[in-house]
Design a protein around this ligand. Structure first.
Ligand code: ZN
Length: 508
């Protein structure tokens, strides 16, 4: 089985913010981890260009929509790069390959009899890019965007979503893990159980979008176009190859909760209508809310939270994203929290542990460490802690729980720190009769750091190899190496430079 993970494609009506970074970070952590487990992975991200709001922004700027999106797409391509995320493909919905596939896909649904024509009159919120019912408005306004929706009356093509209610419910009931976390599964299922209305898959009178193959006077509604990217990308991401057979069976979608309905209701029904299997799983995460006051207070001129990457580096931001808030839940995180975690956890717990361990190996063992019969690899307590962590991390990340997994790895980091304090190698070094025991302790510390580096590699892709190099270990990141007692002999170990150097005060 392959592992294909997508982020949503992001609207390009403005530049990226921390919310987009959050999803992209999480996706990259999951994909890197699965690659460590030997899975064949594919990571897809990109941008949604055909929204009405994108068209409007371009208009306001006096640009043709394509010229506008060509200009702003750079900032979106930079997002994964700045986070040290490595997507296999970055899709744009204006790609020729996407347009061709969308037309084929919609034609299939049309040919299968699931599309009909009707005049629609309704209230459309451009912010949401969807029609609103009267009773979803507050004081006549969309409660999400605080604006009065536009009255639209036009001829549209409709998708018979209502015809899929029973099939969707049956699918949900047969696949209780299809949407995670559980409360999101229940939310989506009860939406379906509450009755489904057909939805318009086209827009008239808008020149920006993909023309419908059977009526070129209409363009595909932005969601009917956007959702299909998860399949279309596989048809042209690698020139000359169709990756659908390889990766679609392993498809998983990751997204924030605001677009759950499109992914958990509309998309599976569209796939059924077009004759595709549904993706393996969908994970819906909450919002990483920032305390705005603290942004200005502690970071002065930092306006764009992505500037955090320039201050702390990509690894600490990735780590903070995973740890600050339980993935899946909403939570608020303070900007000060990242500094705290940088100094206390990354700097002290992990960085100092490496500096001290390597310095002691240099000083007490002449820089040489390695397995020695009867002396090393005998710490059953540590071996057990590692085994528990390893099993826990595998189970957590199978369920997208990047927070719980890193918490478990950190328990081992803390255990190693306690082990240093309790065994006090600097005392042992004064007593010649304890030479073998000292070597055993330093072996355990080096081995612990080695396996922690491998376990953390998905979160800290820049830092993990530095730890392995400092300990003279191979840079092989296979997750099998997260096991006690695999440290190999190394010489020439020197006290390592700080992994996370102290920062100048950012608001200075
Ligand atoms: Zn709205």
């Amino acid at each position: 089985m392959t592992y294909f993970l997508s982020t949503p494609i992001y609207y390009v009506n403005s530049t990226p913010h921390i919310g987009h970074a959050y999803t992209t970070c999480a996706a990259d952590i999951l994909v890197r981890h699965m690659a460590q487990r030997g899975e064949e992975t594919f990571f897809l991200t990109g941008v949604d260009e055909h929204a009405t709001k994108v068209f409007r922004v371009a208009e306001e700027l006096g640009l043709a929509p394509q010229a506008y999106t060509d200009q702003i797409v750079g900032a979106w391509r930079d997002l994964p790069a700045r986070l040290n995320a490595k997507p296999d493909f970055f899709i744009r919905t204006s790609d020729e390959g996407h347009k061709v596939f969308v037309r084929e896909f919609l034609q299939k649904i049309y040919d299968n009899g699931d599309v009909y024509e009707d005049v629609y009159s309704g209230l459309y919120c451009v912010g949401c890019e969807e029609f609103k019912t009267e009773d979803s408005l507050v004081d006549g306004k969309c409660p999400i965007h605080d604006r009065v929706p536009e009255q639209i009356e036009e001829k549209n093509y409709f998708f018979r979503l209502s015809a899929y209610q029973d099939r969707l419910l049956a699918y949900y009931d047969a696949h209780p893990d299809w949407v995670l976390p559980d409360f999101r599964f229940n939310e989506a299922r009860s939406f379906i159980a509450g009755g489904l209305q057909d939805f318009s898959i086209s827009r008239a009178g808008q020149p920006w979008g993909i023309p419908l193959p059977w009526d070129e006077s209409q363009v595909a509604y932005v969601w009917a176009d956007a959702l299909i990217n998860y399949l279309s990308a596989l048809t042209y991401a690698r020139p000359g190859e169709d990756l659908r057979d390889t990766f679609w069976p392993g498809a998983r979608h990751l997204m924030a909760k605001d677009i759950i309905r499109f992914h958990c209701v509309y998309w599976p029904a569209m796939l059924m209508a077009a004759g595709y299997e549904l993706p393996q799983q969908i994970f819906v995460h909450g919002y990483l809310l920032l305390d705005d006051k603290k942004i200005s207070k502690s970071l002065g001129n930092v306006v764009d939270p992505l500037d955090l990457i320039d201050i702390y580096g990509a690894d600490p931001v990735r780590y903070w994203c995973a740890r600050a808030v339980t993935f899946g839940q909403d939570g608020s995180a303070s900007i000060d929290g990242i500094r705290e975690r940088y100094e206390r956890e990354l700097g002290n717990d992990l960085g100092n542990l490496l500096s001290r361990t390597t310095a002691m190996i240099a000083k007490y063992l002449g820089g040489a460490i390695g397995p020695k019969e009867g002396v090393t690899g005998t710490n059953t307590t540590l071996a057990n802690e590692v085994a528990v962590m390893r099993d826990g991390v595998l189970a957590d990340l199978d369920r997208f729980d990047i927070t719980s997994a890193v918490d478990k790895i950190w328990l081992v980091v803390r255990a190693l720190n306690r082990y240093v304090t309790e065994s006090a190698p600097w005392e042992m070094a004064k007593d010649e009769t304890k030479a073998a025991a000292l070597e055993g302790v330093l072996y355990d510390l080096a081995d612990g750091l080695r396996l922690v580096a491998v376990a953390l590699a998905a979160y800290l892709p820049e830092t993990a190899p530095k730890i392995l190099t400092a300990l003279g270990q191979s840079d092989d990141l296979s997750f099998d190496r997260v096991a006690y007692g695999q440290l190999v002999a190394a010489t020439g170990i020197e006290g390592a430079a700080p992994l996370f150097p102290r920062l100048e005060t950012p608001d200075a």
